[in-house]
Design a protein around this ligand. Structure first.
Ligand code: XMP
Length: 508
């Protein structure tokens, strides 16, 4: 792989994704990685990421100096380039004026590879206060800007390359070409990481892990468990049994969709457990959100365990863990990988070994191979949906009536968002019901006294922060009219204009 060494900025994941988009496999490691570990990983090239610190301060993250002597092609980006300069006989200084954002860069030599075939001048993306005053000994300065004496350097003989700008950020020009030049001209790698190769490798890997044993998979209806299950089925066929617990708290049509996809389309052994009435009765009288989650989580585990016992899985459990959950990024950590359980809290005492076919993949790769495997686009691009389902979208007690209402409203929101072509541009869009909050309305000549539906649409990159989506008034208007007209017991629709923080995305 191309190994991206993480110096604690949020850029490392982006770098790895960009490299993979150029069809070269890439992994992220902490900066404490040693030369021996890189060798053991089979590193073919190294990229040193940006970072938040100054390279010359005490305690600034550094790197095993032996890595520079391995003869591997190395590209330093921002902090990474400064670190190379400092470690290899160059000079880095604090400047009065930093460079932030689009910054004109000018090539000063045509002898290099990194900027080959790019215009003499282009707009790079910068974010730095420190500046490289002198490149590593023996390296050629290949570009400058008004503030940066050394905007890029290279030493072809030692295979060392550095850029002060961020080629991984899409706001700058020619970033992709710079990475392309590094991977294919300088490091002479081949673009072999494709959807096809990902699928092939995963299948081989699953087969060798599982052998003749049986495998169990809990489906949630979400994209990760769906792709993980289909991939596992490609590998081991009927050794796989999928279990789908219908909690009765799913969106309209969701259970049917899972059944038709898995049974009819892929002919995967599927056990559907209709546990709706158990879930409803255990939620009776439960008002506290945390207690709701716990109640649902526990019942889910019990239901799943029972099914698992019947099936006698014989040892393996599929999980849709993704690479971002696996990377132990940032500084100082010796363990490169932490184990992460993301199935709604399966008990520790279940004696399953895990099959995690997505643990080296980013979400966009999972979607791409999902499409490649023949999973319908609408499933692959599904919005996130919380494990406890519609229960956390009912503010108050979960009753059959309330579930029916919030489900109907949710369908309307989804239909109108899809109709308006906004589905892919928003992170989530859904309805929340507040059954105990009632307001006076008028319908025909009748006075009504009913509950409101809250419509919640948010933009987000990772659900850590979010902003309410500025969706067109006309669409909100259609949604409001339809909900009041079509959903029983609802006489008012409000739009949630709270960002996260201080709000959360869900209401409970
Ligand atoms: P909040 O409401 O915390 O949600 O801003 C952040 C993201 O996580 C989803 N979410 C959950 N997902 N189990 C899940 O699998 C849960 O209990 C859960 N609660 C919230 C939520 O939909 C949003 O995308």
């Amino acid at each position: 792989p191309v190994v991206v060494v993480d110096f604690g900025a949020q850029y490392a994941q982006l770098i790895a994704r960009r490299v993979r988009e150029l069809h070269v496999y890439s992994e992220i490691v902490a900066h404490t990685v040693t030369a021996a570990e890189l060798r053991a990983r089979g590193a073919r090239a190294v990229i040193l990421s940006g970072g938040p610190k100054s390279v010359y301060v005490a305690g600034a993250p550094t790197i095993d100096p032996e890595i520079f002597a391995m003869g591997l092609p190395i590209l330093g980006i921002c902090y990474g380039a400064q670190l190379m300069a400092l470690a290899l006989g160059g000079r880095v200084e604090r400047t009065e004026v930093g460079e932030y954002g689009r910054t004109a860069i000018r090539q000063t030599s045509t002898a290099g590879m990194l900027l080959a075939e790019l215009p003499d001048s282009f707009a790079s993306w910068m974010s730095h206060q420190d500046t490289i005053m002198a490149p590593p000994a023996g390296a050629l300065v290949t570009a400058t800007t008004e503030q940066s004496v050394v905007a890029s350097f290279e030493d072809a003989e030692q295979r060392r390359y550095g850029v002060q700008f961020h080629p991984e950020v899409s706001h700058g020009e020619f970033g992709r070409e710079v990475l392309h030049n590094f991977l294919f001209r300088a490091a002479k790698l081949e673009p072999k990481w494709t959807n096809f190769s990902i699928i092939e490798e995963s299948i081989t890997q699953i087969r060798s892990q599982v052998g003749e044993r049986n495998v169990l998979c809990a489906l949630s209806g979400g994209v990760d468990s769906t792709v993980a299950a289909v991939l596992t089925h490609e590998a081991v066929g009927d050794q796989l049994t999928c279990v789908f617990v219908d909690t009765g708290l799913l969106r309209e049509g969701e259970a049917d969709q899972v059944v038709s996809l898995f049974s009819s389309q892929f002919h995967i052994k599927l056990v559907v457990i209709d546990a709706a009435s158990q879930f409803l009765s255990s939620l009776a009288g439960v008002l506290d959100p945390e207690l709701k989650r716990k109640t649902i989580g526990n019942l889910f585990i019990r239901t799943f365990e029972e099914a698992a016992r019947d099936i006698d899985a014989g040892g393996f459990l599929v999980q849709g863990t993704l690479y971002p959950d696996v990377i132990e990024s940032g500084s100082g950590s010796a363990a490169l990988i932490k184990s992460h359980h993301n199935v709604g809290g399966l008990p520790d005492d279940m004696s399953f070994a895990l099959v995690e076919p997505l643990r080296f993949l980013f979400k966009d790769e999972v979607r791409a191979i999902g499409v490649e495997l023949g999973i319908p686009e609408e499933m692959v691009w599904r919005q996130p949906f919380p494990g406890p389902g519609l229960a956390v979208r009912i503010v108050g007690e979960v009753t059959e009536e309330a579930v029916g209402r919030v489900r109907a409203a949710d369908r309307i929101v989804r239909e109108e968002v899809v109709r308006a072509g906004l589905a892919r541009s928003m992170w989530q869009y859904f309805a929340v019901l507040a059954p105990s909050l009632r307001s006076v309305g008028v319908s025909g000549d009748e006075r009504t006294y009913d509950a409101p539906i809250i419509v919640r649409c948010v933009d987000s990159d990772d659900a850590m922060t979010a902003d309410w989506a500025r969706i067109p008034y006309e669409i909100l208007d259609t949604i409001a009219h339809r909900i009041v007209g079509e959903v029983d017991g609802v006489n008012r629709v409000v739009y949630d204009i709270t960002s996260k923080p201080p709000g959360t995305i869900e209401w409970e």
